[in-house]
Design a protein around this ligand. Sequence first.
Ligand code: ADP
Length: 501
Amino acid sequence: MATAASPRVFKNFINGEWVESRSGKAYENRNPANTDELVGIFVASGSEDVNAAVDAATEAYKSWRLVPAPKRAEILYRAAELLLQHKEEFSSDMTREMGKVLAETRGDVQEAIDMTYYMAGEGRRLFGQTTPSELPNKFAMSARQSIGVCGMITPWNFPMAIPSWKMMPALVSGNTVVLKPAEDTPLSSYHLVQILMEAGLPNGVVNLVSGDGPNAGAPLAGHKDVPVVSFTGSTAVGRIIAEMCAPDFKHCSLEMGGKNIIIVMDDANLELAVDGAIWGGFGTTGQRCTAASRVAVHKSVYGEFVSRFVARAKKLRVGDGLDATIDMGPCINEQQLKTVMSYVEIGKAEGAKLLTGGNRLTSGAYAKGWFHEPTVFGDVAANMRIAQEEIFGPVVSVIPVDNFEHAIEVANGVPYGLSASIYTRNVNLAFAAMRDLYTGIVYVNAPTIGAETHLPFGGTKQTGNGHREAAIAAIDFFTEWKTMYIDYSDKLQRAQIDNAE
Ligand code: ADP
């Protein structure tokens, strides 16, 4: 384990080697639960580092695209097995670098394992179509083709899962990769890349450049030899990335913010709904793009729900995620903690009722980390800023609603559209909600969080730009269709013309 006395120094990974920074700059990455603990020193890359990584990926693409997909997949199968062997070590390193509790970091590594196995399976599918031609003695088919170097810019809240969502479908499809992980969580990406190399990935197929957004992310997104950019992060940065991609018509996939809701109807199993709201609201310290930061409760069960929910929120144990008795870890960094604290003030000023929490935790062991109390606001109006804007922290707004129609109106009345959930035992309402909630993901009798790797993931409105991650949807993003016609009639045949009579 790294200590302040023996810091681990990490490099960039370019063309199959761990290399020094060309920028000559480095930065410290510290444990958000205890900032005395140095997790490691990482390269603060600049455009020279990015250019070298893109050059390596461009060269490697020439041969990687020709490796048969089932052979590419064999490497992914081996990588999944190696990840499984290292699961405990990678999970505890992840908790140290970003704070979420061990049960959740194990889930994060498991998601990478699942995605790697799943995409390895796709190596023997990648199906296209064959179809009759409209002309005699002519054959028609479609096949997927790889695109080239994929630039990936990822956030800190799922430090291994999200890079795997992007890398595995890109790789099995025959693309090469340059990954720029979030500055707060380069270690988990380091582990993932290391495993892929151990599994036998050829040099240059995957490259890693650590560093911040403007200095390392922007040169990657804007690089002329990077035709595909896959980004997960804030809506503000997503807009910058989209603008950088537009002049060259790059393929650009954006996964951005959320303001997700749990609807609790009057016939809901209230205890189940409370369980869901606690997990959805405070899991990962509320730092998930799918976090349930709003709960809309039917007025006839509002009082009962709120008293049970608040009682449970008060009991959550906050602390270092490596301690198995802890329920909720710290915020990722000081800036995020300050954002949370500022939204608490905004909520109070807007007239929402602070029911529990609302403070930074600073005593004893909390003094060295970025901890905040689980916080619940009640009597929140749907148009308040705390009910409209993504906070990305342990703050839940409870909104009373009159009926089902009102709940749907509140649910859809935000700029985002990632995930929504309804607790009801009425099958008619459940189906109406599935139809009317304008989000990319809908849950019935389960909270808004928790994606499975073989189903599409993503959202509507300002959450995304129409693409989806995971499942076959990810293969769709990382490939292009090629349609092929083979005419074996030995004469000129013209579609739409020669078959008209
Ligand atoms: P978060 O709120 O999750 O930190 P950000 O959108 O700030 O979300 O960051 C997500 C990723 O985008 C990170 O890897 C970050 O370094 C990167 N990033 C931030 N700003 C830029 C930028 N101007 N250009 C490219 N990448 C950026």
